[in-house]
Design a binder for this molecule. Structure first.
Ligand code: MN
Length: 232
């Protein structure tokens, strides 16, 4: 088979301690998975079924210096535990869900909150608020074979050295196995899929020139700096 145009590059995330990299297929994200964040977004944090949205696979970036995204006056940070799927599955049982996990990373679900708020108001899709270029900075993946499956641990992000979001993985409304099991009823999971597991309270604005530093206990850390506005 030949392609009529140059095939797109395979997006990937590096793996801590390995020379090989993790190829990215799809990026799924859980919405409002920490009660305090659900409350700050004006939602009821009762345990209603989880909901999901997606980012394109090529939204991943290792971070570092990034251009400030266009068409927003309210770029928000959402620090999240990222699950890297290593084994295919459909209708996965909660008890078996962790068998499908290759490893974990810390990531940022960057969000053009002004566009999202408008989309919510007009009952329109979230894609342009969530799935823009380089909207998914992700740290190197720590293989579960080495770190296990973290169900608790501090997760936080600071902006210019000041802590803005802090929480604990144990505060998730839907655990990692539950989220995997639920999602796999709706779509087939495949190696290369990433699952962002929701963000704790404290989301806030990022300005051109800001530096974000995210950490997740036992998993990893990520740093992102934004260049001046208007530089795509
Ligand atoms: Mn999020």
């Amino acid at each position: 088979m030949t392609y009529v145009i140059e095939p797109p590059a395979q997006p990937f995330v590096s793996v801590a301690g390995e020379t090989g990299v993790f190829p990215v297929r799809r990026i799924w994200c859980v919405g409002r998975n920490y009660a305090d964040h659900a409350r700050e977004m004006g939602a009821d944090p009762t345990r209603e079924p989880p909901f999901f949205f997606a980012k394109p696979g090529d939204a991943v970036t290792p971070g570092g210096l990034l251009p400030f995204p266009p068409e927003t006056a309210d770029l928000h940070h959402e620090i999240e535990l990222v699950v890297a799927i290593g084994r295919a599955g459909r209708n996965v049982a909660v008890e078996a869900a962790l068998d499908h996990v290759y490893g974990y990373a810390i990531g940022l679900d960057m969000t053009r909150r002004d566009l999202q708020a408008e989309a919510k108001k007009l009952a329109r899709p979230w894609d342009l608020s969530k799935g823009f270029d380089q909207s998914c900075p992700i740290s190197p993946i720590a293989p579960a074979a080495r770190i296990g499956h973290p169900a608790k641990g501090r997760i936080e992000v600071s902006v210019n050295g000041k802590v803005q979001q802090t929480g604990d993985l144990s505060q998730m409304i839907w655990s990692v196995p539950e989220a995997i099991a639920f999602l796999s009823r709706f779509v087939a999971l495949a190696p290369g899929d990433l699952l962002m597991t929701g963000t704790p309270a404290g989301v806030g604005s990022v300005k051109p020139g800001d530096t974000l530093h995210g950490t997740c206990e036992g998993v990893g850390e990520i740093e992102v700096s934004y260049g001046p506005a208007g530089q795509v």
